[in-house]
Structures are given as structure tokens and as C-alpha cells.
Design a protein around this ligand. Structure first.
Ligand code: PLP
Length: 411
């Protein structure tokens, strides 16, 4: 055999399959050799499980999907469900929207309080292809009921909205959507599977930007969709044909994140609650938004809905978790003062993301809500002085000290 041939094949298959590694390997293989031509035929027909091409499915991603599925359906004991991973949260949202069965002429109703890119996906990419986009404030029952009169095929909302952390009653949303024949897609990125498992609340699709809490270390971009098993074919087709597949290394990083997700998120929730409570007393800060504060308009819903114990409701204040993100305003501050504040921060990193081990702060009017008109921002309550803080794993006292020293610069 020529050395060239040898170099291509040498070493492959040398590791005996009986030695099970404790960590799922990164299957960096773009294609797979089935046991026989007949086996490949079966896999291609969907009649047998297995792998044939990396854009269709690959083993590292399968392990991640099984892990997320286990968390998302924990305690549900309901109908069979599936989870598929994607190259990003946006790819996951795109696939879930396509898999929902919407087609030309159908109305898609989207919460007003939604991530800007989700709205842009619907408005700029899907509406020109024939979907009719409508928006409604899902926190306003009357306005939502009026919007549902248009009989949408799909309703899209977030389990915790950005940046004001509004928490819709998901069971009520599911009921209202199903009553008019619409499916409900919940983006549960901010809530994480620790707090909220939307399928058990009646949602048809649960989507996460796994870039955030699930991966959690600021080192990868990924997305996941969990849905009833009946949606599997639609999701798989959207992934296979649009090609937004998660690569093996990114799948591995995300799977590693899953292992510490409950520990990280619990701690982040506790720290966020502590920081929110403290900031609520600082005269240099106004309007702290955090669902864990009794002053938050959705405190009761969040308390009832979020539970780290699958199948159980929160019963005591001290076991309730309300998320790791809070927002606050700097009284009377304009952009220059907000910029000065951000530039003085040392521990809280001014960066566009959330859910990482590092605390990340963002200024919505120049990031997530940059494309939203000033008038609409004002209507949504997103002021020029509003900041969003995603609390990391640092000690709350250190984070508060960082915020205080940066505030001192403004005084
Ligand atoms: N959904 C929410 C709530 C988000 O905050 C984001 C990103 O910030 C996305 C979806 C998109 O996720 P990704 O950036 O992984 O595509």
C-alpha cells in the first residue's frame, strides 16, 4: 500500500469500541461508513437509526440533544419528544418556525417583547416570502385576544423577555394559541431548562440560544429546539436542507456546559436576586427590573411558573428561582453618562450576550434594541438609561463593588 493511502486510513478504528470514554468524543467526521450498503439504504430511508452524513446528524450532537431533551422533559412523563441542535439560536428559531408548518399567506403572531433578531427574521426574511407578520403585547390579555382574532398559525413568545424580564403565563398562552388553531413557540433562552420546561406548559416548540446559559462559558454559538416527536421530521428537514447544523466541537462544548447548567444557573439566580435587592435601595439606581422582586409586575406568575423541581410548583420564597438577568436604569443619564459608566466597569464585561460564567452587561439601545425605533422603544419602556446585567459566577459582593465604583465616576 502506498504511504499516501496508508496516511489516509492509518489509525482509524484502532480504538476498541468497548472502551467507553467518560466524555463523549468529538466525532470530527463529516461522513460515516455504515455496516453495509443495505444499512446505509435503511438509514437514508429513515427506517433505521444511524449516521451517514454530518449535515444530517452526527454522534456528538446526538449526545447533546439527548442531554437537553432529558432536562427539557424532566418530570413531564408526557408524550414522546425530540431535541435537535443547530448552529445558533437563530438557526434553531428558523427551523422551528419552518417546522411549525406555516406557509404562504399564514399569519405569524409574535410577542412585541421579543429579541430583535427574531423579529427581523420574521420581518426581513420570512414576510417577503409570503408570511404575514403581526405583533402583539402578549402581557396584555385583551390586546393578545384581539390579535388572535386574525387566526395565526404560530404564536412566538419568550419565557422571560429582554430586557425588562416580563414573564408571560405560558399555560394561558398555549391555551389561547391552541383555541384558534395556532402552535406556540417559546424561546426559553433566559429561563433555561432549570426554571422552565415549556413543553410541559403546553408549548409546541421550546427553543434556546444555547450560546447563552446552556453552553454557558462564552466560547461557542449554538441552538436547540425541543418539540413533540411529531415535529421531528419537520425539524430534521429544516436542518438538513437549510444546513444550520451544529459542528462536532461546538456540540461537545455545549454538552460540557449542560453538565454544570443546574449548578451554574442556580447560583446565578441567587446572585441576581441578591444584587437586584441591593440595587433597589441605591439612590444612584432607579427602576430595578427583576422577576424575583415583589415590585415586578410578573412576580406572582414567575413564582408559580418557574420551578427547579420538575413536576412541582414553587411553594416557598427561598426555593424560587427567577433567572440570572436583571435590568436597571441610571436616573436621568444620557448616552454619554451610560458610556462612561460602562467604560469604568471592570468585572462586569460590556459585551453582547448573557448566561455566561462571566457577568456581562449590555446597553439595549445600542445592542439588542438598536434596530427598534426610538418611539417603539419608549412604548416598550426601554429607555436611554436602561442597562441589562447578566450575572455570572463571581461573588455578588465583588459585582456590587464594581457597579458602585463605576457609579462613583458619574457623581
Ligand atoms: N433568543 C434570544 C432570547 C437571544 O437573546 C438570542 C441572542 O442573543 C437569540 C435567540 C439568538 O441566539 P444566537 O445568537 O445563538 O443565534
Amino acid at each position: 500500500m502506498d504511504l499516501t493511502t496508508l496516511a489516509v486510513h492509518a489509525g482509524e478504528g484502532a480504538v476498541p469500541p468497548s472502551e467507553r470514554p467518560v466524555s463523549t468524543p468529538i466525532y470530527a467526521s463529516s461522513t460515516f461508513v455504515p455496516a453495509s450498503a443495505g444499512a446505509l439504504d435503511q438509514i437514508a430511508a429513515g427506517a433505521a437509526p444511524g449516521y451517514m452524513y454530518g449535515r444530517y446528524a452526527q454522534p456528538t450532537a446526538t449526545a447533546l440533544e439527548a442531554a437537553v431533551l432529558a432536562l427539557e422533559t424532566a418530570g413531564a412523563g408526557g408524550a414522546p419528544a425530540v431535541c435537535l441542535s443547530f448552529a445558533s439560536g437563530m438557526a434553531a428559531l428558523h427551523a422551528a418556525i419552518l417546522a411549525s408548518g406555516v406557509s404562504r399567506g399564514d399569519v405569524v403572531l409574535c410577542a412585541e417583547e421579543i429579541y430583535g433578531a427574531t423579529l427581523a427574521l420574521l420581518r426581513d426574511l420570512l414576510a417577503p416570502l409570503g408570511l404575514q407578520l403581526a405583533t402583539a403585547p402578549v402581557m396584555d390579555a385583551a390586546a393578545l385576544a384581539a390579535a388572535l382574532q386574525r387566526r395565526p398559525r404560530l404564536l412566538i413568545a419568550e419565557a422571560i423577555s429582554n430586557p425588562l424580564l416580563r414573564v408571560p403565563d405560558l399555560s394561558a398562552l398555549a391555551q389561547a394559541a391552541h383555541a384558534v388553531g395556532a402552535k406556540l413557540l417559546v424561546d426559553a433562552t433566559f429561563a433555561t431548562p432549570l426554571l422552565c420546561r415549556p413543553l410541559s406548559q403546553g408549548a409546541d416548540f421550546s427553543v434556546h440560544s444555547a450560546t447563552k446559559y446552556i453552553a454557558g462559558h462564552g466560547d461557542t454559538v449554538a441552538g436547540v429546539v425541543t418539540a413533540a416527536a411529531a415535529e421531528a421530521a419537520g425539524l430534521a428537514a429544516a436542518r438538513k436542507l437549510a444546513g444550520g447544523v451544529l459542528a462536532p466541537f461546538e456540540a461537545w462544548l455545549t454538552l460540557r456546559g449542560v453538565k454544570t447548567l443546574p449548578l451554574r444557573v442556580r447560583r446565578q439566580c441567587e446572585s441576581a436576586a441578591e444584587i437586584a435587592a441591593e440595587l433597589a435601595h441605591w439612590p444612584e439606581i432607579e427602576a430595578v427590573h427583576y422577576p424575583g422582586l415583589a415590585s415586578h409586575p410578573d412576580h406572582a406568575v414567575a413564582r408559580r411558573q418557574f420551578s427547579a423541581q420538575p413536576g412541582a410548583q414553587n411553594t416557598a420564597q427561598d426555593c424560587a428561582l427567577y433567572g440570572g438577568v436583571l435590568a436597571f436604569a441610571l436616573p436621568g443619564a444620557g448616552r454619554d453618562q451610560v458610556f462612561a459608566f460602562l467604560d469604568r466597569l471592570q468585572l462586569c464585561l460590556h459585551a453582547t450576550s448573557l448566561g455566561d460564567v462571566q457577568s456581562l452587561i449590555s446597553y439595549p439601545v445600542i445592542s439588542s434594541h438598536r434596530e427598534v425605533s426610538p418611539r417603539q422603544r419608549q412604548r416598550l419602556g426601554i429607555g436611554e438609561n436602561l442597562l441589562r446585567l447578566s450575572v455570572g459566577l463571581e461573588a455578588p459582593a465583588d459585582l456590587l463593588a464594581d457597579l458602585r465604583q463605576a457609579l462613583a465616576a458619574l457623581a
